[in-house]
Every structure is written in C-alpha cells, then in structure tokens.
Design a protein around this ligand. Structure first.
Ligand code: GDP
Ligand code: MG
Length: 166
C-alpha cells in the first residue's frame, strides 16, 4: 500500500461552477445561489485506487479570477489543473486558451490538464458541443469530460480519472 499526495488547482472564469464541483465531490450537495467562496484555500479528499491511497488537495481559485498575477504560484505548485467552463457560455470556453497558456508557461508539457464542460443539466442552452470540446482537448494534449455539479453527473468520475492520470 502506497500513499500519494497531489495538489490540484481549479481554474476557469467566474460562475462556471468550480466551487460547485468541489462542493458536490466533498459534501454531495448543490446550492443554486451564487456565493463567492470564503474560507479555506483548499480542501482535501482521499481516494483509494488499486491498493493506493491518493490524497488530493483541491485548490479552489475563487476570487482570484480578477487577480491573474496570483495564479502562477497556484499553478506552479499543482500536479494537475482542472479548467472548468460553462457549456452554455461561449466566452468561458474561449478563456480555456488563456488558462492553458498560463499552465504550459509555468509547468511545461508535463502538466496534467483536464478540460471540464460543466452544466450539462441545461441542454437547451448548450452552446458548446462535446465534439468542440474534444477537438480543443486533442489540440492541446488535455483530457476532457462534461459534468453537472447540479445533478451530480460525472463529478466522481472526474476525480477517479484524475487519480488514474496522476
Ligand atoms: P465558480 O465561480 O466557478 O466557483 O462558480 P460556482 O460554483 O459558484 O457556481 C456559479 C453559479 O452556477 C451558481 O449559481 C451555481 O449554482 C451555478 N452552477 C454551478 N454548477 C452548475 C451546474 O452543474 N448546473 C447548473 N445549472 N448550474 C450550476
Ligand atoms: Mg467559486
């Protein structure tokens, strides 16, 4: 039995659902009211995978979106980055490019990156197809997945996949 510990940072535009995904994973609940994140900088969650214990330190970058200059230190210290966008918000999808650039500048090609399209529970307002996500992921050598923090779609799967990648 081995134990591993990794830092994972959540990046992405404001209101795409970063805090909600972490809240779903940690507490299995969802709040439809928007709340700016307060409190701890990170939460830890342990997974057991193939006889190994994996402890993830999840860094929620809420509030830092405005302060891009703070981001490099979060990124530099993380083994993996999860870039979240909202499938009903084109601008949040376009922002992925900037986040990838920041990560590659800090961590080079070794960085593990997940592109996560959140809010699949709202298909009527979908603007980004899974094909478009897949294309961007392949172009940038990233993993990808769609989730809904609201209805608990693929949230656990995201972290299981992430643990396997790490
Ligand atoms: P953050 O700024 O990226 O941390 O975003 P939040 O997690 O605070 O979520 C922003 C808003 O989107 C809140 O009103 C959430 O309730 C809502 N939201 C988050 N995830 C989902 C989702 O999967 N589906 C829907 N419909 N709304 C969501
Ligand atoms: Mg937040």
């Amino acid at each position: 039995m081995s134990r591993y510990k990794y830092k994972v940072c959540f990046l992405g535009d404001t209101a795409v659902g970063k805090t909600s995904i972490i809240t779903r994973l940690m507490y299995n609940k969802f709040d439809s009211n928007y709340q700016a994140t307060v409190g701890a900088d990170f939460l830890t969650k342990s997974f057991k995978l193939n006889q190994n214990y994996i402890k993830l330190q999840l860094w929620d970058t809420a509030g830092q979106e405005k302060f891009r200059s703070l981001m490099p230190s979060y990124i530099r210290n993380s083994s993996a980055a999860i870039i979240v966008y909202d499938i009903t918000n084109r601008e949040s999808f376009n922002s992925i490019d900037y986040w990838i650039e920041d990560i590659r500048n800090e961590r080079g090609d070794e960085a593990i990156i997940y592109l996560v399209g959140n809010k699949t529970d709202d298909p009527n307002n979908r603007l980004i197809s899974i094909e478009e996500l897949e294309k961007k992921a392949k172009q940038n050598n990233c993993n990808f997945l769609e989730t809904s923090a609201k209805v608990d779609h693929n949230v656990n799967l995201l972290f299981e996949k992430l643990c396997t990648s790490l």
